[in-house]
Design a protein around this ligand. Sequence first.
Ligand code: UD1
Length: 419
Amino acid sequence: MDALEITGGIALHGDVQISGAKNATLPILAAALLAEEPVSIGNVPHLNDVTTTIALLARMGVEVSMHDGMRLEVDAAGVHDFTAPYELVKTMRASVLVLGPLLGRYGRADVSLPGGCAIGARPVNIHVAGLKAMGAQVEIDGGYIRARGSQLRGARIVLDTVSVTGTENLMMAAVLARGETVIENAAREPEVADLAGFLVAMGANIEGAGTDTIHIQGVERLGAADYRVMPDRIETGTYLVAGAITGGRVRARGTRPDTLDAVLAKLTEAGARIECGEDWIELDMEGQRPSAVDLTTAPYPAFPTDMQAQFCALNAIADGSGAITETIFENRFQHVLEMQRMGADFRIQGHTAFSRGVPALKGAPVMATDLRASASLVLAALVARGTTRVERIYHIDRGYECIEEKLRRLGASIRRIQV
Ligand code: UD1
């Protein structure tokens, strides 16, 4: 199994090129199931979750080919299987994203229930309730969501909780439904808007994606499209924290500053100087230790849960006391326990991680428990004295393209080893 070995204490300096967004690529690939003609998708990141999605689509009869390293041509003409099996869904919960498009275009989908997840229960009731409102019959049978409905009809759907993939699944089911669908209390994440951009490029009629009310007029068919995936705002934020935590200066290139307002506000509060251009963000910590911040995660445009672990790493070494409250997932502080093994001073009470920053962490063997947790341990290792070995980094390869190359180019001492 691969591990990362990191020797901390080096301030990071330089430029980092941001990859396409994982959380936009996955729904966009699933949406390709809806097209009657081949589609072309650019800026696709090399990630294990993308490979898993391609494997899932290929199993269904979709032809996927790669061009120039980051462009995928996807042809869904030959789909003959409508199942997302447990073996794939258990490794990547986002497999549930095929539910909406399969049902919307082919009238049937059998998608394994994702089961337990390291960061909490993560149910699918919102996806199921919305599809039922559109006229689908949905049963849970043998661990599978079995959905049937030859012609979905538009409906007004009010989401119980703001769900990102729930909004995406319902939007994808609605594009070929008869009549109008209105999704209220929709997720406003930029990735939802990016998916809508792709659906519109294929011929869908969608308004309001990126706001909390999305209107979709069903169309007869969707066709060819050529689309470029948006940049990854969580990867961007992670590298900016890497700059902040090490007292360095990092410029993230090829990104979208407008998608990171809440994160940039907290980095500024931590003492960083932030400058933005149209597609870049520069963070300069000017050699200073960051100040601790208080924050609460919430749906976009508030502070993202996917940046919570990275800010725990920042607070671990920051000057002062901080409080980080997680409101989206109930069990998302395992990284804090690992950081404590590196000398961090945290107290978890309810959904809040209270920290008292220590001047330095100390290298130790630690274990990644989920994707963002593993990124936070890498960040902690970058400032720890001595060497840290981060194990189980298959989690990190799900969501960060070439993390060790990118960090090494910024000056970090990091290498991948086999353990
Ligand atoms: C997506 C992101 C993930 C991010 C999360 C929250 C993708 C592929 N993944 O995950 O990186 O951490 O948004 O920003 O885009 N919920 C229900 N019932 C449902 C669905 C969700 O109660 O049917 C609850 C969840 O338990 C959670 C909250 O809603 O408490 C938000 O989850 P959701 O937005 O659905 O997360 P994902 O879409 O799985």
